[in-house]
Design a protein around this ligand. Sequence first.
Ligand code: SF4
Ligand code: F3S
Length: 106
Amino acid sequence: TYVVTENCIKCKYTDCVKVCPVDCFYEGPNFLVIHPDECIDCDACVPACPAKAIYRDTDVPTHLMHFLGLNEELSRLWPSITDAKEPLPDAAAWDGIQSKLTHLER
Ligand code: SF4
Ligand code: F3S
């Protein structure tokens, strides 16, 4: 499966949603996650994300490994998103900011 990680938080560009062939993204207030049982490992979302927030599960950097569990947990709680929308208003300012996990809204 593929995993959305920290740099999506407070950006939520949603370009990933546009390219996913199986609509396996789920949406929270300021973050998206991928449902691990639905992702078909096509790799389309990785180059599409302006924030470079998506990794294949086997390539997730060590300091972001906790996002594997978060994608699994939150994809079962949040609603599906199938159409792209405008990024969050301050997306450009938050892109690349470290330790955004404390800003995750559920
Ligand atoms: Fe969707 Fe493909 Fe990305 Fe999986 S790897 S989330 S199927 S675009
Ligand atoms: Fe997030 Fe990147 Fe998608 S910022 S919403 S994973 S395009």
